[in-house]
Design a protein around this ligand. Sequence first.
Ligand SMILES: C[S@@+](CC[C@H](N)C(=O)[O-])C[C@H]1O[C@@H](n2cnc3c(N)ncnc32)[C@H](O)[C@@H]1O
Length: 270
Amino acid sequence: MRFNRHNDRTIEDFGEQWTKYSDNEGYYGSLELLSDILSPFLKLEEIKGCRVADIGSGTGRIVNMLLEAGADHIIAVEPSAAFEVLCLNIQRRERVTCLKITGDKLPAYGDLDYVISVGVLHHIPDPRPVVDAAFKALRPGGHFFVWLYGKEGNRLYLALLKPLRVLTKRLPHPILASLVEVIYWPLVLYIKFCHRAPLPLRGYMLSILERMSPEKRRLIIYDQLNPSYAKFYTKQEAEKLLLDAKFQNVRLHHRHGYSWTVIGTKPLFE
Ligand SMILES: C[S@@+](CC[C@H](N)C(=O)[O-])C[C@H]1O[C@@H](n2cnc3c(N)ncnc32)[C@H](O)[C@@H]1O
């Protein structure tokens, strides 16, 4: 029960967040960023013609990227009030089925080539039912691709973030948005220093954050401070998430030295 309450609150938080920050403009919503997220396990060409589910679609950023990459059909799952934003933002409605459900309720299609979940499972206190649903929805030989916050490489960041989040996850939107403004300018300075020194999170700052528009950098700060629940996964925890659900050939990549990309395959024979 405690876990459900936590997830309900987080879903509410995201409903509000994505209603305030609803667009996916620029690098933030680009095919170039999708390629970076999927690398080194998947190439954009591998998505072409596939049936894919995206769990936790938010404003439809990943859905539109997948459409652009040529996915044949996408099941977009979003349980929060962002569902309305998702439906408005989707570019090719005839190729997308939108479901306002939590990930554990993903129908057991059994014929999907990929299930993708970017930045979602770390906001769910008990993600196992979602991983099980992904397993059932895939065809034998289909792949589950997950991106998670990582613990390794984030020690200093987490020492600052964790105490701050105790307060910020409770703040109403206008106050949190003002705090984001306060953090924004030191962050811009930090990115500049990253060019000169091997500072923590340098890889992420220079490869990803620097390429985002000022508006999207603000959203990313907000996104770190707003949700009620956020877990930072160790490599072992991230691997276990898929192994426990019977995925095979589970592989991990420490993306830009701060997060975990995980991919597993549903066995051909169970
Ligand atoms: C950080 S956002 C990521 C959105 C999108 N994947 C992206 O990368 O732009 C996390 C999303 O997961 C959704 N979410 C939270 N709990 C969920 C659950 N149990 N099942 C499915 N989605 C969930 C939230 O509502 C939110 O939209």
